[in-house]
Design a protein around this ligand. Structure first.
Ligand code: DC
Length: 221
């Protein structure tokens, strides 16, 4: 037995199915699940709530360090106040890319994410830079993707709206997330890329679970 944490990194663009797959996978593996996007959303909401200008990088970074963010059981809280609903609203969604591009904020979030994984002996962690930056030694790195059209159709089925407009907004967010200088969204050479278009959650989870068992055995030996 060794005590290396069993980290499964699930990265990919918005709407690729990361949350659904990561949650189902964590439950199948008996591991906990962390949604790191909720952390960036929580900082964004806190800044807007306290009228901190999002382009004031130092002030937003200081705020990120001073608040207590908890993401667990499908809920997100900041300083013990439940912000699960407002962080999914349009205002936060439109602004979060700016906060996620702030290097000092990313440093704080990375520290929290690493501490989360290490204190639990592992977990399924979902985000954009988990396999590339946060846990480069993860047991398994999965990069989930789907075409912008498929992702827009899924999002519209959840929250309503126009598919063309949603597709444009998804492509804009992709561009921001993958062109920022700090930890851009990208695949790493050792990640497994899975296109989730036209496939069931169960089939994808089965495929990922089948890749984990031999890796756990190999790590133990
Ligand atoms: O997954 P999401 O849509 O809730 O993520 C919100 C934003 O945070 C999105 O712009 C990408 C960014 N993000 C990031 O830069 N790094 C992460 N590990 C997770 C999310």
């Amino acid at each position: 037995m060794n005590s290396t944490p069993v980290i499964v990194a699930i990265d990919g663009p918005a709407g690729a199915g990361k949350s659904t797959i990561a949650r189902a996978l964590a439950s199948r593996l008996g591991l906990e699940y962390l949604d790191t996007g909720a952390m960036y959303r929580a900082v964004t909401h806190a800044a807007m709530d306290r009228s901190v200008a999002l382009d004031d990088t130092e002030a937003v970074a200081a705020l990120a360090r001073s608040i207590s963010i908890r993401v667990a059981d499908g809920k997100t809280s900041v300083d013990d106040i439940d912000v699960s609903e407002p962080i999914r609203g349009g205002a936060v969604t439109a602004a979060v890319s700016t906060v996620a591009a702030n290097s000092a904020v990313r440093r704080s979030m990375r520290d929290l994410q690493r501490a989360w994984g290490l204190s639990r002996g592992g977990g399924v962690i979902e985000g954009r830079d988990i396999g590339t930056v946060v846990f480069p030694d993860a047991l398994l790195k999965v990069y989930l993707t789907a075409s912008p059209r498929v992702r827009a159709e899924r999002r519209v089925a959840e929250v309503g709206g126009d598919v063309d407009a949603m597709e444009r907004s998804i492509m804009e967010r992709d561009h921001k997330d993958s062109s920022r200088s700090d930890s851009p969204l990208s695949t790493s050479s050792d990640s497994v890329v899975i296109d989730t278009g036209g496939r069931t959650v169960d089939a994808i989870v089965d495929e990922i679970v089948a890749m984990i068992a031999p890796r756990r055995t190999a790590r133990r030996s």
